[in-house]
Ligand binder design. Structure first.
Ligand SMILES: Nc1ncnc2c1ncn2[C@@H]1O[C@H](COP(=O)(O)OP(=O)(O)OP(=O)(O)O)[C@@H](O)[C@H]1O
Length: 611
């Protein structure tokens, strides 16, 4: 024997309310949408038929619950259809070629919209007269316990006009969803761009006046007396719907998916995309819809309307399919073309755009080579020669030398600046990738600053001085042997910098290898040894222009000078942005202790005291 699935309506409604829709508010959208779809269907049969939707809120009085009435001049339903469509969850006339005309023209398609109404209604009454078979008026009454009744009243003279009246009576816990203000606000929010005559009754001095919902034509499609007037109207629209005054706007159009709209430039940098305001067939889908624009487009928020994109079942996001992907690609190309034209053209907007959205521009530059060259020409970077674009740096020096972190930049900047070495601070997000890509482009030489670059511009000592300090340097080298650090003396500006630590990526790698070799067993250690070169990976460059260093080099070898060398080294490590390890903290304390005691005892160390 074959059985039919039973549906627990309360359970289904609970599921919808809690897990599919963002909340009961969508019930207004579902009603509006059914009315609009019904009117669309009637227009296809009879283009001369009236096309209106009227909403009336009936406040609860004298023990009755508040109710919302929606009357449309749509296609209506026969008795058969009401049984078939309204009482079967998942059944929709809009998907089915037999029952309707396929889903192309309609907003609905899933056959669950009516259920949404049960999130707030105890009973739903539908009184309808079909445009196709209009001899009777059908009344369908559904209850939230899952039961319904249908009755038919003959109406051969057509006293009741073709169309449908839906009345929702509030559930006791949902009466607040039926206030005039709430219904008006929700209807305006969802229906502001609907192309039909949709109006809500406003009680004025005991009378009801019809107030039209929405503007009908999207503001970006209207005609304006001038480009300036259009710009202003769009800015006002952006303020009203998105809540900010835009720096400017970018027109969007993808004919393939019937998409039109505008992307508004945010007036301040945003950490990521806040989503977009998306309409499908003029009905609002959501105010924070994801996936429409590419990820790098976080400098804009868009408002669009499309006919061929598909919603998810909740109708609050877009369904990710190939149509959406193709649309996203087309929109990405339009944003890129706008950015390219604006940046090339220069001017006030281009300046504000670069100033405000440099991070987004970096992200954009990673998406295509042409944008990369353009961004390299306009994006300001901090360099040791003041603010400049990468193209300007290349022009000045033939090559772009950069530090990969801001800490590294701060460390080398004073010395590099004093030596006229132009170094770019490429420490921001995306910079490393950007410079790597740029380096691979013809005509660009891009390189991360290496220890050798700085060393090369530091002035070597005169031979006589070199001889003078030779022993002191060798002694200092021994002090720092355990830190894997070589000691050099050079003269450089500014004299206030007594020492600096130079490191190579390569050198650091060698250092790691050596450490591993020490820890590894003999065979593996020997293999690693073959890769490691004996050179030290770090170099402490003492500045012979610094009086402090000159004193240190002139001091007799011993605990005090060793403590001095150790302190300079550890200070340089900290300045390089590296934290001290526990062992190094101990060494720093020991060195400071030695120096302090020497100072307090007039140059003698505790060892000498003991003797
Ligand atoms: N105002 C109306 N006039 C005429 N037919 C209606 C009306 N409201 C609902 N219907 C019929 O009831 C069916 C079921 O409606 P329901 O809102 O549950 O689903 P849907 O609109 O088809 O799809 P979706 O779940 O995507 O909203 C519709 O397909 C339509 O045929």
């Amino acid at each position: 024997m074959t059985h039919t699935f039973q549906v627990d309506l309360r359970g289904m409604v609970d599921l919808l309310a809690r897990h599919l829709y963002s909340g009961p508010r969508v019930y207004v959208r579902e009603l509006l949408q059914n009315a609009v779809d019904a009117v669309t269907a009637r227009q296809l049969i009879d283009p001369a038929a009236p096309a209106t939707v009227r909403l009336t809120v009936h406040p609860g009085e004298g023990g009755t619950r508040p109710a919302l009435e929606v009357v449309d001049t749509g296609v209506g339903l026969t008795a058969e259809e009401t049984r078939e469509l309204l009482a079967t969850i998942g059944r929709s006339s809009k998907r089915d070629a037999d029952l309707g005309l396929g889903r192309g023209e309609y907003i609905g398609q899933f056959g669950i919209g009516m259920l949404a109404a049960f999130m707030v209604a105890e009973t739903i009454e539908v009184v309808t007269r079909s445009a196709r078979e209009g001899s009777a008026v059908v009344t369908w009454r559904g209850h939230d316990d899952g039961t319904f009744e249908v009755s038919e009243t003959p109406d051969p003279d057509g006293a009741t006009p073709v169309g449908t009246r839906v009345v929702l009576r509030a559930r006791p816990d949902a009466e607040h969803w039926f206030s005039h203000e709430t219904v008006t606000a929700l209807a305006r929010e969802y229906g502001s761009l609907l192309p039909l005559d949709v109006a809500i009754a406003v009680p004025v001095g005991g009378e009801l006046l019809w107030s039209r919902i929405g503007d009908g034509e999207p503001p970006w499609l209207r005609t304006y007396p001038s480009e300036a007037a259009r710009r202003e109207a769009l800015a006002t629209y952006c303020e009203r719907t998105l809540g900010f005054t835009p720096l400017g706007h970018i027109d969007l159009a993808v004919p393939l998916t019937g998409l039109t709209g505008v992307a508004f430039l945010l007036p301040a940098a945003a950490p990521g995309s806040a989503g977009h305001r998306v309409h499908l067939k003029r009905m609002l889908v959501g105010t924070r819809v994801e996936g429409l624009l590419p990820e790098w487009a976080f400098f804009v928020r868009a408002v669009v309307d499309a006919t061929e994109l598909h919603p998810t079942a909740s109708r609050e996001q877009l369904h990710t399919d190939e149509v959406l992907v193709a649309t996203q690609e087309a929109l990405a190309a339009q944003l890129r073309a706008w950015a390219s034209a604006t940046l090339t053209g220069g001017g006030a907007l281009a300046r504000r755009f670069v100033e405000t959205h440099h991070l987004a521009l970096r992200a954009l530059a990673l998406t295509d080579p042409e944008m990369l060259e353009l961004v390299a020409g306009v994006l300001p970077y901090e360099t040791t020669d003041g603010g400049a674009s990468l193209a300007q740096v290349r022009e000045r020096t033939g090559e772009v030398l950069f530090t990969g972190t801001t800490e590294a930049f701060r460390r080398v900047a004073p010395v590099a600046r004093a030596q006229n070495l132009v170094v770019v601070n490429a420490g921001y997000v995306y910079d490393a990738d950007l410079l790597r890509l740029l380096g691979a482009r013809p005509g660009w030489r891009v390189r991360e600053l290496a220890a050798g670059d700085l060393e090369a511009v530091l002035v070597p000592l005169a031979p006589v001085r070199e001889l003078e300090v030779m022993d002191a340097v060798a002694a200092a080298g021994e002090v720092l042997a355990d830190a894997d650090c070589e000691v050099l003396v050079r003269t450089y500006a500014p004299a206030e910098v007594p020492a600096m630590l130079l490191r190579d990526r390569d050198g650091e790698h060698q250092r790691d290898l050596r450490r591993e070799a020490e820890a590894a067993d003999d065979v593996w250690g020997a293999v690693l040894e073959t890769f490691a070169t004996p050179a030290r990976s770090r170099r402490l460059v003492l500045n012979d222009a610094s009086p402090l260093v000159r004193d240190l080099l002139a001091a007799p070898p011993g605990d005090v000078s060793a403590a001095g060398v150790r302190s300079l080294y550890l200070a340089a490590v900290m300045l390089a942005g590296d934290g001290l390890r526990p062992r190094e903290v101990e060494q720093l304390n020991d060195s400071l202790g030695a120096l302090l005691r020497a100072g307090l005892t007039g140059g003698r160390t505790s060892a000498e005291d003991d003797a």
